[in-house]
Design a protein around this ligand. Structure first.
Ligand code: 0X9
Ligand code: ZN
Length: 411
């Protein structure tokens, strides 16, 4: 008895998860460039993690603040009368609460369930189940394998045409902590499979296009957010010097290693040792390459902020087909907003969010030649951020599905 208890204790210690006990999410709203400068200095000096990077004044900036720095950060800003609001008082309490209210079943699920977030094993088991149920419509393939040996799977949804139809590609979960994105890919797959033959819009769509959907682009990172660190972002490759992980959305060969990415292996935006140094980015590159010029539209899903964006991210240049990509983004956003009234903004990455080099949409547009190359930041606007409650999976799925379908139908 006692030995078992001790063993359990030792095991818990070995797998000790990262704790965010007492960590706060603070939203700061600088109204002048001077106030923005104060905030930037504070973030840099205290080495805080900034979760959103709005470019306009008067828009809240979300910052993760450890308990030991909360007083100095908050009092410094308040002394300068800069508006601050503590959005989350204890990040770990929310992580624990969400884990505790999850219904855990003994066996792996074999069908879609949008009431909960799912682990990698569960997602792949659901995929297997759906393939068995909708065999003629869905088939999945292993597009690659991660550093830690996990499969990177793609679900192909096709009603026929012998691999000649134009392809819409969607990848989710490139950033590990953005759990709503794999959930969205599952919702999208569910709508396609359950709607074919019963929903006329879905049927028409699937009689025109094939869909290739990668539900978890970063399986090692995603797994790590379930086992060790809910807020992990990168993949899990060991870097020189001891830190882990490359930011996969800085590892593509589009202005690689330039502005808006870091050469520091410990940074959350570390770009890696070279363009396409990572198994995951190689896999996306090669899977898209195999589809060739059939790919007409590309989606790279993220959270959070409610933004629908397109190239360029690496500088302020506009793509040659700016008017067209902007028009279609506008159609998508209008359809998305019509479902639940969720407000979105749209535009080129650099002017809408920030400059980021080495990202997938820029590479897909520039090098893979895909004329509609989008990256969407799903819900919310920071009330929960990466910890978006599971009861928002369904409404997020509904509105985003409507938006993406409307955009496809607009090309
Ligand atoms: O920084 C990113 O990679 C994305 N934001 S996130 O908070 N989800 O990490 C921005 C993606 C859009 N930018 C590019 N694709 N360049
Ligand atoms: Zn992201």
């Amino acid at each position: 008895m006692r030995i078992t208890a001790l063993l359990l204790l030792a095991l818990t210690a070995l797998t000790s998860a990262v704790s965010y006990h007492g960590y706060k999410v603070v939203s700061v709203t600088p109204r002048t460039t001077a106030e923005a400068q104060v905030l930037q200095n504070a973030v840099q000096q205290l080495q805080l993690e900034q979760w959103t990077h709005p470019q306009s004044l008067g828009v809240p900036v979300d910052v993760l603040v450890p308990p030991s720095l909360a007083y100095v950060f908050l009092s410094g800003l308040r002394a300068r009368h800069i508006p601050v609001q503590v959005k989350i008082t204890d990040v770990q309490a929310i992580i624990d609460e969400q884990a505790a209210t999850r219904t855990v079943s003994q066996s792996l699920p074999r069908a879609f369930d949008h009431t909960e977030y799912h682990s990698l094993d569960e997602i792949y088991s659901i995929l297997d189940g759906v393939e068995a149920d909708f065999g003629s419509l869905v088939s999945s393939y292993i597009a690659g394998t991660t550093y830690e040996g996990r499969d990177i799977r793609v679900a192909k949804v096709s009603s026929g045409g012998g691999d000649t139809r134009p392809v819409v590609w969607i990848d989710c979960g490139i950033h590990a902590r953005e759990w709503i994105t794999p959930a969205f890919c599952q919702y999208f797959l569910d709508q396609l499979t359950s709607g074919y033959g019963s929903n006329s819009d879905v049927t028409a769509l699937l009689d025109t296009y094939d869909f290739h959907i990668m539900p978890v682009t970063n399986p090692d990172g995603y797994e790590f957010t379930w086992s060790d660190d809910r807020l992990w972002r990168k993949n899990r490759v060991p870097n020189d010097g001891g830190c882990h992980g490359v930011d996969l959305n800085r590892n593509f060969d589009a202005a690689f290693g330039e502005t808006g990415a870091s050469g520091n292996p410990c940074s959350d935006t570390y770009y890696g040792t070279s363009a396409f140094s990572e198994k995951e980015t190689q896999t996306v590159r090669d899977a898209l390459g195999a589809l060739g010029d059939r790919v007409v539209m590309y989606y790279n899903m993220h959270s959070y902020s409610q933004l629908w964006m397109f190239p360029y991210g690496y500088n302020y240049d506009l793509p040659a087909n700016y008017d067209e990509q902007n028009r279609v983004a506008g159609v998508g956003v209008a359809a998305l907003e019509a479902v639940h009234g969720t407000p979105y903004e749209y535009g080129p990455i650099a002017s809408t969010i920030y400059i980021a080099s080495g990202s997938s949409v820029d590479w897909v547009y520039d090098s893979a030649g895909v004329q509609y190359s989008y990256t969407i930041e799903l819900r919310d606007q920071g009330s929960w951020g990466f910890l978006l409650p599971a009861d928002q999976i369904l409404p997020t799925g509904e509105e985003t599905f409507a938006g993406v379908v409307a955009a496809i139908n607009a090309i």
